[in-house]
Design a protein around this ligand. Structure first.
Ligand code: DOR
Ligand code: ZN
Length: 348
């Protein structure tokens, strides 16, 4: 290796928010994740969703079976909350040892959220039990009212849902997922230590101009939607601050090319193939590569009260080009940064 090439060695990171999907997609998503991460928090928004421990156990088994022989990955499972999730269901999930969170999808908020929660009060019995037993409450934080502007949905969620919820459940462990606004950063910073947030790579690297200025670029369309540059700057500041309340969560989501490049394209960016490299790029651009390890490898594990990983990975500041596509079932998967440079690379 050229001794002038900057390198950084980290404890192996985890991904505290990923979509692996199911069936034929798993071969791609699971192995891409395993090349980088030790553990992944697996989102449950399948069709039908993962709403109980038996389904989570079966899904976990399919994920493990999709792993290539030489790779390892520990899938940490998540339950999908519905209007009917009982305290008993939550109790069983916690007792399983492999379910680590339950997720709120407000009905209609995003991909596969039709079975989600229509009124937060409907899950109060489940939340009471989670507050008691320590199962993490994972939140997609957007209001779904069609009259609320799509760029304001996170901010309104904080005011209308999250603030009252935190005062009703002061001991509940909450991850405010994929935050996108300065208001969310401020909320998490000033909340008690039971509240943390994940930040995606695409919200660190991009803002709504990348999505909309000079033409609509559907591969940047995700939910919550990219916001103004001032919000992007606030997220970069939070992620690189060394504050343990902010940690990695890619929200990597594979969608076939025809669903993204469509008159009504769906939300999600595929980043699992180069996630830690892209985070390294964002941290380096902010002159904060020294803060990457805490964000990517320590704070999430600490929040979930799991041991930190012990293996190491090394990244070098060496440019490579992302592929134009991956084959997925009988369609293509276009990754974020397709055919463009990525400035850091993982050394095998
Ligand atoms: O962009 C997104 N894609 N946001 C989400 O909340 C869900 C995800 C998906 O499931 O594809
Ligand atoms: Zn997600």
């Amino acid at each position: 290796m050229n001794s002038a090439t900057p390198t950084v060695t980290l404890v192996q990171p985890d991904d505290w928010h990923i979509h692996l999907r199911d069936g034929p997609a798993l071969a791609r998503t699971v192995n891409d994740a395993a090349k980088q991460f030790g553990r992944v928090i697996v989102m449950p928004n399948l069709l039908p969703p993962v709403t109980n421990t038996v389904q989570a156990q079966q899904y976990r088994q399919r994920i493990i079976e999709a792993l290539d022989l030489q790779l390892t990955l520990d899938p940490l499972m998540v339950l999908y909350l519905t209007d009917n999730t009982s305290a008993d269901t939550v109790r069983q999930a916690k007792q399983s040892g492999f379910v680590h969170a339950a997720k709120l999808y407000p009905a209609g908020a995003t991909t596969h959220s039709d079975s989600g929660v229509t009124d937060i009060k409907n899950i109060y019995p489940a939340l009471e039990e989670m507050q008691k037993n320590g199962l993490v409450f994972s939140i997609h934080g957007e209001i779904t009212d069609s009259h609320v502007d799509i760029f304001d949905r996170e901010e309104k969620f904080i005011d209308q849902i999250l603030t009252p919820l935190v005062s009703d459940f002061p001991e509940l462990k909450i991850v405010f997922e994929h935050i996108t606004t300065q208001q969310a950063v401020d909320f998490v910073q000033s909340a008690n230590d039971n509240i943390a947030a994940t930040i995606t790579i695409h919200h660190l690297l991009y803002n709504r101009n990348h999505l909309l200025a000079g033409g609509i670029r559907p591969h940047y369309y995700c939910l919550p939607i990219l916001k103004r540059e001032l919000h992007q700057k606030s997220l970069i500041q939070a992620a690189t601050s060394g504050n343990k309340k902010f940690f990695i969560g890619t929200d990597s989501a594979p969608h076939p090319q025809h669903s993204k490049e469509s008159a009504c394209g769906c939300a999600g960016a595929y980043t699992a193939f180069a996630a830690i490299e892209l985070y390294a790029e964002a941290f380096d651009l902010a002159n904060a590569i020294d803060k990457l390890e805490g964000f990517a490898s320590f704070y999430g594990a600490d929040f979930y009260q799991l041991p930190r990983n012990t293996q190491l990975i090394t990244l070098q500041k060496k440019t490579w080009q992302a592929p134009s596509h991956f084959d997925m079932s009988d369609d293509k998967l276009i990754p974020l940064r397709a055919q463009q440079d990525i400035l850091w690379s993982l050394i095998d």
